[in-house]
Design a protein around this ligand. Structure first.
Ligand SMILES: O=C(O)COP(=O)(O)O
Ligand SMILES: [Mg+2]
Length: 226
């Protein structure tokens, strides 16, 4: 009989969404290209969008317009952003989880770890995607990019989620520099998934541990907390 696996030495684990749990670049590209076409702009590629994700939707829309023609005025940008957000909220393509996400979240929850979500994606879209995936009940606390007056890389975005989960020892799991910076500012160790949208060489993200597969997260957390 093999020994039971060691306990996971964190009371809470907070996840990023895009590039960490869901492979959303294809969906964001599709929705964004509809907005661009309504403004008579050419389409952007998924590869370009992968380089624009992580700073929130306003930054994504701003960059998409900057790469496809003259930069928009602030007023026009607001209209374009509202168009993009409404279209994304109404989009009914099922979101795609990275392999192993569902199982890994279940393993952590079964081990008594509280799960949180800290994303720069707007809260209503985040909630809709989690509902569509059936994952909402797993998350005890969630903060989107518009939930608080601050967002990642500000450490208060992450600290708020940790507090909402009841505090204690926490770890962050993300895919880009904003996740690492927020974790450092909040004094929380951080794991970075290498398959996401890092926008720089993953070795330079400054994470405590780099992981190629999320199924390896429980063991990585045991190493991190040891
Ligand atoms: O930039 C976004 O919209 C969201 O990105 P995040 O889920 O990786 O924080
Ligand atoms: Mg991300």
């Amino acid at each position: 009989m093999s020994a039971a696996p060691a306990a996971i030495p964190f009371s809470a684990v907070v996840f990023d969404l895009d590039g960490t749990l869901i492979d959303s670049a294809r969906d964001m590209t599709r929705v964004l290209n509809r907005t661009l076409s309504r403004f008579a702009r050419p389409a952007v590629s998924e590869e370009q969008v992968r380089g624009m994700v992580g700073d929130g939707s306003a930054a994504l829309v701003r960059q998409a317009f900057a790469t496809t023609g003259d930069a928009l005025t602030e007023d026009a940008l607001k209209t374009a952003l509202a168009d993009y957000l409404d279209a994304y909220f109404q989009d009914d393509e099922p979101p795609v989880l990275y392999p192993g996400v569902q199982e890994t979240l279940a393993v952590l929850a079964e081990n008594g770890v509280k799960l949180g979500l800290c994303t720069n994606k707007p809260e209503r879209i985040t909630r809709k995607l989690l509902d569509a995936l059936g994952l909402s009940p797993l998350f005890g606390a969630l903060a989107g990019g518009d939930t608080l007056p601050v967002k990642k890389p500000d450490g208060r975005h992450l600290s708020w989620v940790v507090e909402a989960l009841g505090g204690g020892s926490a770890a962050m799991v993300g895919d880009n520099r904003n996740d690492v910076k927020a974790a450092r500012a909040a004094g929380v160790p951080v794991v970075a998934m290498t398959y996401g949208y890092p926008r720089m060489p993953v070795q330079e993200l400054g994470a405590d541990i780099l992981l190629d597969r999320i199924a390896d997260l429980p063991d990585a957390l045991r190493r991190l907390g040891a």
